[in-house]
Design a protein around this ligand. Sequence first.
Ligand code: ZN
Length: 274
Amino acid sequence: MEELYINVSFDDFCPRSGFGLPGDPSVKLLLGLREEFPEIKYTFFTVPKAEFEIEPRWKVVVKRRLHWLGLINKLTSFKISSEDWLITKHQEWLKFVKDNVEKKIFEIGQHGYNHYAPFFTPSAEFSGLTETETEKTVRDGKNVLAVLSVVNSFRSPAWGLNNHLEKVLCNQGFKYLSLDAKLSTLKFDGKVFFIPQQYSIDSNVLKEDLVGKNYLFIKGHLPPQLENGVTEENVNNLCKVLRELNKKFFVRFIFLDDIKSLYEAGKLRGVEIL
Ligand SMILES: [Zn+2]
């Protein structure tokens, strides 16, 4: 049987209720999966200061229309939470995360800084930022996350991009970039690995045929209310897929930060070289 390297990642990890507190049902479900799959580990794309406000859909639509009409001012900007959601203000949560990082159950990746954009899709933080703003936003977030661990990977909030983001991330030493929701092949440009998404936990079938590849990148969102969120149903989907794969392969769960050494040891098949 061939080895299959699997990375399981979730977005929007932060110390807000439903987004990754130790007592949240989503966190319990994920940790509970270790009974059946003792080696399973998770990459959590973490928001250093989660200030996003979940607004009613109609408000978002109205504000975006006003923005497209050129009415950019405080009235049409999205409301920002006044509460302080900097992760460093949540010591108990930090301890919980650090424990799991030390046990190699959690890996921390960066998911922007505050996951907030005043005028664009409300959560696409990097849309429309200048190079200087992009540099500062990435650096501020990285500095905050340094309390948890060394962070080598980045996923852009709501897949929002700008022309500077990739270069800025490379300059700031990131090794694993998840910037494209449609990517299905792991790519390497000699310095940076571009992380694909091959399976989303809201499906109970693995559509990817894995021909020519011995890796699988699985994705979901921690908050159960979001698309592919950690609900009982979606976790059952994930279990079903993992059970099937366990029959055909030696499944090896990996962190993103394991990719470089696996690649250098010649263990990964189907990596596209750029
Ligand atoms: Zn997100």
